[in-house]
Write a protein that binds this ligand. Structure first.
Ligand SMILES: [Zn+2]
Length: 261
């Protein structure tokens, strides 16, 4: 067993691979010294389901948002209504998202942008951080992040895979970054170089379970217990101490979401 405790800042508990055995996964995570988790909602019509999975666990936070790949499933006004009614009276929600822009599948760009802006508006109103998912959209997303930055407490770029240039621009906005298992992949040399430049006091770690399983388990289902493989790889890249970085990233997580414990 490792000598450090970690928080997994992105678990898709609503995913069918995790939802039915969430109790075992949470138990196993705790046994592997995962002291906190963030359950990420990516489909507003499933928010209540996601919440019911984690509601009894004090150490699990939750987000609320419509993933850019699902924007066609719901009118923007319905998204706003669901965001509003839940953000109003649920202190377990620490962030709005995941929202963002994903142009990999060439989906509805206009609606993705509208949805992202709607999420920012709600986050601004309820003073929540925004959890950003992005893929093939650096050019389009940056002006939006820039425009809303001062209106929300924080922006988290989840599963950071950006270019050097994009990293530099995000640093000007003082964003947070969550680092995923992608940094353990053989072909991620460029990314490993880029993340060296990101400020350590803005780094948190995520598994994105059940996706993005780190090496050497790549290809299998991902679980929060594998988070340490990501931390260890990050520390190897930066030549820093794992235990210190674990503590630091937990502090970063708490600061990002304005938690005191
Ligand atoms: Zn994502």
């Amino acid at each position: 067993m490792s000598n450090y405790k970690l928080i997994d800042s992105h678990v898709n508990f609503g995913h069918e691979l995790l939802a039915n055995k969430s109790k075992e996964i949470i138990k196993e995570s705790v046994e592997n010294e995962i002291i906190g988790m963030l359950c990420v909602n990516s489909n507003l019509s499933e928010f209540s389901k996601d919440l019911s999975i984690v509601n009894d666990y004090e150490t699990i936070d939750i987000t609320i948002g419509q993933h850019p790949n699902y924007v066609d499933e719901m009118p923007i006004n319905d998204m706003k209504t669901i965001l509003d009614s839940n953000l109003k009276d649920n202190s377990k929600i620490v962030a709005v998202g995941e929202t963002g822009l994903d142009f990999y599948y060439n989906a509805n760009k206009t609606k993705q942008i509208e949805s992202l802006e709607a999420h920012f508006e709600m986050a601004s109103q309820y003073e929540k951080a925004v959890l950003i998912h992005m893929r093939d959209s650096e050019e389009e997303i940056f002006p939006i992040l820039d425009r809303y930055r001062s209106r929300v407490p924080q922006i988290l770029i989840h599963c950071f895979t950006g270019s050097d240039e994009f990293a530099n621009k995000c640093m000007d906005l003082d964003c947070y970054y969550s680092i995923s298992g992608i940094i353990t992949f053989k072909n991620a040399e460029k990314l490993r170089n880029t993340i060296k430049k990101l400020p350590i006091d803005r780094i948190i770690f995520e598994t994105d379970s059940p996706y993005l399983t780190p090496d050497p388990h790549r290809g299998k289902t991902n679980y929060p217990k594998y988070l340490k493989l990501i931390l260890e790889k990050y520390c190897e890249i930066l030549s820093i101490n794992t235990k210190e970085m674990a503590t630091r990233s937990n502090d970063n997580y708490n600061k990002l979401f304005s938690k005191n414990n």
